[in-house]
Design a protein around this ligand. Structure first.
Ligand code: DGJ
Length: 742
């Protein structure tokens, strides 16, 4: 049983294989958090020591009893304006202008299986894989109920949380804040590890002490954003990859969000995570419900690698859906960096033939195939072939690609509209524009008002018939600017604060319809690269283009940061041309291969511009990718170095520890170099591993590692030494296979 209730102490225990989460019905029916951490079997209710704390108010009902305050007790879902001055989780305003929330337990139940959320993506499970606890809290005065949902996944050490908020009264209410979860950590010192960045430089790591302050990450952009990822880790200051307590919190949400971490006067740390409340105001009619997105929580005492592994396995099995969630992905070639807007059918077919020749399986036609789109200033919204470029339409192109034995992929940016488009000319009110003001433009485009159901219906009919008639096998779903000018012509004045959230609900509805109707089509998410890389999008798109930056050296840290939360099977990564189009850097083909192998593998170049030697090398790369595909996509990913180290190294290890691929990339050329020592991880210490293959991309002759046979213990404890790798950005791929006992 994952969930148990102890009647005597009024405590729930949510157990996973290695963790326990406990909460208790406290005085006056308040839901108090007790403990989240390493597994314990008994109630930890003894932890709550009542104490009189100056300037911390007491509930009215307790009168002279001053030792109990909402401001000092750990809460499960903090209210507002009722005695807890710390971060609130919910703020409700009544029609009379009374604002606050004072929530107490009304009822609860435990069910088999995992809850789901109306209109929002959420993790899923078979009946026997998860359990759900639902606790209904109510604020009688405001006539509001908050149903706290807990999904327990024992096998993955994951607990998910979500909230459904219902207006139980007879007058409208206004939600001003509606977080997905609050987590109080009454003990310990913590550091915040988070993932920030910018376009083409996403998910860089930063680790900060949680001092006596509030730390906040979030997005007000309408997308989860390049700038912050809706994922953070709280870990002990001493936590490393291999040891130490760590908590992960990942929002399954693709819109604006907010995750705050605050240390209070007693040293307790509170995390509150959910949708962004700045600019948010949601009208809740009597009987209506608002659903808060899911938060995925995980804990381990075994360090950051173990935390990542739990999340990776969980995302692969319980977040990504469809045939591609665990199945092999085709090796694709994307035409963006090969042709940009300058192509016609003949050129695409020539690229396709060359791609087929080197072993590519899926040809993706990127931006520029529709309307009159010769640059990025026009035609978004007019999703009809440009017959100047594709005289036989998409059907003929797709037929020809299929006849060559290639799958066909297509770029779309459904959420956007160009001012210069038939769609905008016929529906100017479908764009986010404020009356009387000129809208901001981004990449010369406007944002469609995805909060309008008619826009979603229009797009779903249009895209569904496009996919049906063309026979497309893959869609790259792009989104190249963030939201501004939030005004919807459709919504009344007191609902304008709902647009940003309704927008993302519209995106999810559209994706849900299309992915259900086309279960065999592979959808790849993209938002100017990794501007919406989150678990919400992963519920529809099992892979997401990690970054517009295809430079393998820049990619080292982008993929490193991404790997803390997300598995390699979700990270779009391609071998592109050299010099690189974003940085101008020249790198060896082998190094570009090595880095792209750490994600969903593909190419982003014109194969016709390759030399014969390069074409032959790529044929071998694709052969190797197929050999290692299962290991790369379904094995564990282990970070062997950090983002500051002189070389980057990582390891892909199969679940049964029988295969191990080690990748190493030099960040800079070195004179008089120190030896390259590397210790492997996760192997079977007693087993013998054979170095079956070593591929080196180096500016100098490389003698290779002489010894071929090692015990797992030697590889892990003593490590290996590579001779110096010289030249610009050399790399090494070492493939070890466990020797099977006779
Ligand atoms: C941004 C994407 O990330 C690129 O790969 C490419 O598809 C362009 N958009 C096309 O406009």
């Amino acid at each position: 049983m994952g969930i148990a209730f102890d009647k005597i102490s009024q405590t729930w225990s949510l157990h996973t294989a290695d963790t326990s989460y406990q909460m208790q019905i406290g005085p006056l029916g308040y839901l108090l958090h007790l403990y989240y951490g390493r597994r314990v079997e008994e109630s930890t209710a003894y932890l709550h020591l009542p104490r009189d704390c100056g300037f911390s108010p007491n509930p009215y009902e307790l009168q002279a009893e001053r030792s109990w305050s909402l401001d000092t007790m750990p809460q499960e879902y903090s209210g507002s304006n009722c005695g807890d001055y710390r971060l609130s989780s919910i703020r409700v305003e009544t029609a009379d202008g009374i604002s606050g929330a004072d929530l107490r337990v009304k009822s609860w139940e435990i069910c088999h299986g995992k809850y789901s959320l109306d209109g929002l993506p959420s993790s899923f499970a078979r009946e026997d894989e998860a359990e759900t606890l639902s606790v209904i809290l109510q604020d009688e005065a405001a006539s509001v109920e908050a149903e706290l949902l807990y999904g327990v996944f024992p096998e993955h050490n994951v607990i998910t949380r979500a909230v459904r908020i219902t207006n139980c009264g007879s007058a409208p209410l206004y939600l001003e804040k509606a977080a997905s979860a609050c987590l109080d950590l009454p003990f310990g010192d913590w550091e915040l590890l988070h993932f920030h960045g910018r376009h083409a430089m996403e998910r860089q790591t930063e680790r900060l002490p949680v001092g006596n302050t509030t730390l906040s990450i979030g997005s007000r952009r309408g997308a989860s954003s390049h700038q912050h990822n809706p994922f953070l880790i709280l870990c002990e200051p001493s936590a490393t990859e291999d040891a130490g307590e760590c908590y992960a919190a990942m929002l399954m949400h693709s819109g604006s969000f907010r995750m705050d971490v605050e240390k209070d006067q007693s040293g307790s740390v509170r995390l509150v995570a959910g949708i962004q409340d700045e600019g948010f105001r949601w009208k809740l009619e009597p009987g209506a419900q608002f659903v808060c997105p899911e938060l995925i929580l995980s804990y381990t005492h075994r360090g950051l690698t173990a935390l990542s592994h739990d999340l990776h396995r969980f995302i692969r099995k319980h977040v990504c859906r469809g045939i591609y969630a665990s199945g092999p992905r085709p090796v694709l070639l994307n035409t963006w960096e090969a042709a940009y807007f300058d192509f016609d059918e003949e050129k695409i077919l020539r690229i396709a033939r060359d791609a087929k020749d080197i072993g590519v399986e899926l040809l993706v036609l990127d931006d520029g195939w529709f309307g009159r789109r010769d640059d990025d200033r026009t035609s978004l919204g007019d999703w009809k072939e440009d017959l100047r470029k594709l005289p036989g339409g998409l059907e003929r192109l797709v037929d020809k690609l299929h006849a060559m034995g290639l799958q066909a992929g297509l770029w779309l940016e459904p959420e956007m509209v160009s001012e210069d488009s038939d769609l905008f000319r016929s529906h100017p009110d479908w764009a986010l524009i404020m009356p009387g003001r000129k809208p901001s433009i981004g990449r010369s485009q406007l944002v469609l008002d995805m909060s309008r159901p008619e826009v979603i219906d229009y797009l779903s009919d249009l895209l569904s018939s496009l996919l049906r008639r063309s026979g497309i096998d893959y869609v790259k779903w792009d989104m190249n600017r963030n939201m501004t000018d939030l005004y919807s012509a459709e919504l009344p004045p007191d609902r304008q604060g709902e647009i940003a959230h309704r927008y993302i609900l519209g995106v999810y509805t559209l994706l849900d319809r299309l992915t259900r109707e086309f279960p065999r089509v592979l959808f790849e998410g993209c938002a100017g690269g990794g501007g919406r890389f989150d678990a919400g999008m992963l519920a529809y798109c099992p892979q997401i283009w990690c970054s517009d930056n295809t430079d393998p050296i820049a990619r080292l840290n982008i993929q490193y940061g991404t790997s803390f939360g997300y598995p390699p099977a979700t990270m779009g990564a391609h071998v592109s041309a050299s010099p690189n189009h974003q940085t101008g850097r020249t790198t060896p083909l082998g190094t570009r291969f090595c880095v792209a192998l750490a994600g969903t593998f593909g190419y982003e170049l014109d194969p016709g511009k390759l030399s014969r030697k390069e074409r032959e090398a790529i044929q071998l790369q694709i052969r190797d990718y197929h050999r290692w595909q299962k290991l790369l996509a379904q094995g564990d990913y282990l970070r062997l170095t950090d983002d500051q180290s002189r070389f980057a190294a990582w390891e892909n290890l199969s679940g049964d520890r029988s295969e191990c691929l080690v990748s190493l990339v030099m960040r800079n050329a070195e004179a008089n170099p120190r030896p390259l020592y590397l210790r492997l991880k996760g192997l079977d210490p007693k087993a013998v591993y054979i170095l079956e293959e070593q591929q080196i991309s180096s500016g100098s002759e490389y003698p290779g590692m002489k010894q071929r046979s090692f015990t797992g213990a030697a590889l892990m404890y003593a490590g290996i030494t590579l001779p110096a790798l010289l030249g610009d950005y050399p790399s090494a791929l070492l493939y070890f296979k466990r020797q099977e006992r006779a």
